[in-house]
Write a protein that binds this ligand. Structure first.
Ligand SMILES: Nc1ncnc2c1ncn2[C@@H]1O[C@H](COP(=O)(O)OP(=O)(O)OP(=O)(O)O)[C@@H](O)[C@H]1O
Ligand SMILES: [Mg+2]
Ligand SMILES: [Zn+2]
Length: 428
């Protein structure tokens, strides 16, 4: 796996790094103030800039154009060039995934005692640091406890929880974020400009989305798409190449679910699978779409989900929670199933049924609460979003009253909305 564009367009300065403002700004401030820590943890998902920022920090510490650490390494001096090319003697990159052993850390400990050969600091980047063995961590801990003044460590990891607490407490922790789709898209548009690739806006949308927060993944998909399209990126072609499902298709499926129309859901699904998208991919994207719908309903921040927000209108928070649960379960089962398609169909029908159950709840609530209990909510056919919004309003089974009915039961909705997600890692 050697994505050409990702390598060619690796940011060389802090300014070029996108989507990691918190980490970058804090590092810049520390550099300017001359107060850089000895140990860092850079955690976060794959391909979001951990190694990139570690290398920029190495340049910032060692740039020879400046008298001391600088937030603006020149990029041209010997140290900067060597670091960029990966052959600076005082910047040591260790891939902990392939060097799990204590030997490497022992060697590191022996080696670190000597002053840097040329540069101001000896800079160690331990990639995939969570893979180190317990013995290696112990050896590392001793070094982190009393690092020589010239040593700086960056432990880059996708699993910070897997690092021992003793190590964590001795490092400054930066949590790198998945990069927002809009920023990835912008970056890809720039790159296409430089590469003189003509890209339809829709093609960039698909690619950026398919990166799922990882710039490296998005860029390697861009590589493939360029190779495939011969320097031209067309929207529909790119979608097909990526095997993605459009938001429009997902919104259509959810409209059928809203109408509790099992037949329409199945027909929509059939049509989708006929275009050659894998059931697992449909399920994954469907779950992500419903998640975006749910977040829109709750008012939680989402990453570019206008289609999802619109599709969420006829549903209550509880409806969507139920749908998400059904899809997540299917997602788990599907992976090992010999007939993944059946699991997906089952999930689709269940969602439509769940919607019908919700309507029965409405009905019961209406029976208990008011004289007008004329049902009919369950029989809404056809199902564009228009019918589920408009038609239902007259029938006492409106989505609004459904939400109200649910909220009435012990105020569950309020607690769900106010529950905060568990904290992930420590913020810088
Ligand atoms: N924040 C970013 N801004 C701009 N480009 C980025 C960013 N993050 C990643 N990239 C692009 O993706 C490539 C890989 O990034 P990097 O090696 O820093 O990822 P990583 O977070 O270390 O991932 P991994 O956990 O897989 O090692 C870079 O060469 C660059 O092209
Ligand atoms: Mg890395
Ligand atoms: Zn320099």
């Amino acid at each position: 796996m050697n994505p050409v564009l990702a390598r060619r367009y690796r940011p060389q300065t802090f300014t070029d790094v996108i989507g990691q403002e918190a980490a970058v700004q804090t590092l810049r401030n520390a550099l300017t103030a001359g107060r850089v820590a000895h140990g860092f943890i850079f955690s976060g998902p794959r391909g979001v800039g951990k190694t990139t920022v570690a290398r920029i920090l190495a340049k910032a510490m060692n740039c020879r154009r400046a008298a001391g650490p600088t937030a603006e390494p020149c990029g041209e001096c010997e140290a900067c060039v060597e670091i960029r090319e990966g052959n600076a003697v005082d910047v040591i990159e260790i891939d902990a995934a392939s060097n799990r052993g204590i030997d490497e850390i022992r060697a590191l400990r022996d080696n670190i005692r000597y002053r840097p050969a040329r540069d101001r600091c000896k800079f160690y980047i331990l990639d995939e640091a969570h893979q180190l063995t317990a013995d290696a961590f112990n050896a590392l801990l001793k070094t982190l406890e009393e690092p020589p003044e010239w040593a700086v460590f960056v432990l880059a990891t996708t699993e910070p929880e897997a690092l021992p607490a003793t190590i964590r407490s001795r490092c400054q922790h930066f949590a790198f974020r998945p990069v927002p789709t809009a920023l990835i898209r912008e970056r890809m548009a720039e790159i296409c400009g430089t590469e003189q690739v003509v890209a339809e806006p829709e093609a960039l949308d698909w690619l950026a989305e398919a990166g799922e927060g990882s710039i490296r993944d998005a860029l390697s998909l861009l590589d493939q798409a360029i190779a495939y399209g011969g320097g031209q990126l067309r929207g529909e072609e790119t979608r097909a190449l990526l095997g993605r499902v459009s938001d429009r298709a997902l919104a259509g499926l959810m409209a059928a679910v809203a109408a509790a129309d099992s037949a329409a859901v199945l027909a929509g699904l059939e049509e989708l699978l006929a275009t050659g998208v894998a059931p697992a991919q449909v399920c994954r994207q469907w779950a992500l779409f419903v998640r975006a719908m749910l977040r829109a309903k709750i008012g939680a921040p989402t990453d570019g989900g206008e289609a999802a927000a619109a599709a969420a209108a006829p549903f209550s928070e509880e409806d969507l929670t139920r749908c998400l649960q059904i899809l997540l379960r299917a997602n788990g089962e599907l992976r090992w199933a010999p007939e993944p398609r059946l699991h997906l169909e089952l999930a689709a029908v269940k969602m439509a049924q769940a919607r019908r159950l919700a309507s029965v709840e409405d009905l019961l609530a209406a029976l208990g609460g008011g004289p007008e209990s004329g049902g009919g909510a369950a029989t809404s056919g056809g199902g564009g979003p228009a019918t589920s919004g408009g038609g239902a309003a007259s029938s006492g089974g409106s989505p609004k009253s459904s939400a109200a009915a649910h909220a009435g039961i012990g105020g569950g909705a309020a607690t769900a909305a106010s529950a905060t997600p568990p904290a992930r890692g420590c913020a810088p």
